[in-house]
Design a protein around this ligand. Sequence first.
Ligand code: ATP
Length: 292
Amino acid sequence: MSQPLHLKAYAKINLALDVVRRREDGYHDVRMIMQTIRLFDRLSLRIISGNEIRISTNLPYLPSNEDNLVYRAIDIIRSHYGIKDGIEAVLEKHIPVAAGLAGGSSDAAAALVGMNQLFGLGINQSKLMEYGVSLGADIPFCIMRGTALSEGIGEVLTPLPPIPDCWILLVKPTFSMSTKYVYQNLKLDDQTFHPAIDDMVTAIREGDLPGITSRMGNVLESAVGNRLSDITVLKNSMLELGAEASLMSGSGSTVFGIFTDKDRASQALSRLSADPIVHHGTVIAPFQKSLH
Ligand code: ATP
């Protein structure tokens, strides 16, 4: 048995999300601006006797077998590197589940990075990302972290400079959204709105926060079915409470607002927390990874 290795698995938001086309294989080509945020699950890994992969989590409804992405990430590394040891993974979830925050993807990314470290395998980042994308489209970004343009199905990543300082108000409604449902429900041919991704990239490169917030947009908002009114009400409330802009993250259901002032964001949180549709809220900073 080894000493446990402790890892942090950070959540992400999408500052912009566009779907370019539906592919033959069922995946979608996307263009997204990804931003890691300082909200994380904790994962610890250790080698145990036997050859089992044992997963425990603080959320009883999450799978602890191969349906858990952490299990699959451990398994992929074990099988590629001929590792026979048993692994115990303890997962402490803080990122809301099925919320558009890439919680499961980030846990898997942390498990890939952790296995590399635990066994001193020396796998480089691009190889780890290759294993990652075979398990989920957001996993390569969760390995890279920071701010990035994500293209292809999520595996073509262009790192961007950190966005200017700001505060992010995250609100997870009482309902969740299934990523599968939202993509199936998306009517790409009817889609007239597409966020200006390239202009947002320019604004990020110029450190221009108003240029970033004015271009926030997510085509998946049109595909949430009868939840659209709830999402719209939350977004509008955030604007009324002082957000520069507000958006649904990923395939939802989390809605976030960008604030320049922390107190204003906290006041908005306490106002929104009184709304029965709000299950959980927090004010959080972006994870600004230096490119150097
Ligand atoms: P994305 O933003 O990448 O679409 P999400 O935040 O919407 O992801 P997740 O929280 O990653 O969604 O989980 C979606 C589903 O994946 C859940 O229904 C859950 O059963 C399954 N799952 C598997 N492993 C995990 C994990 N480690 N953490 C959370 N969910 C997991």
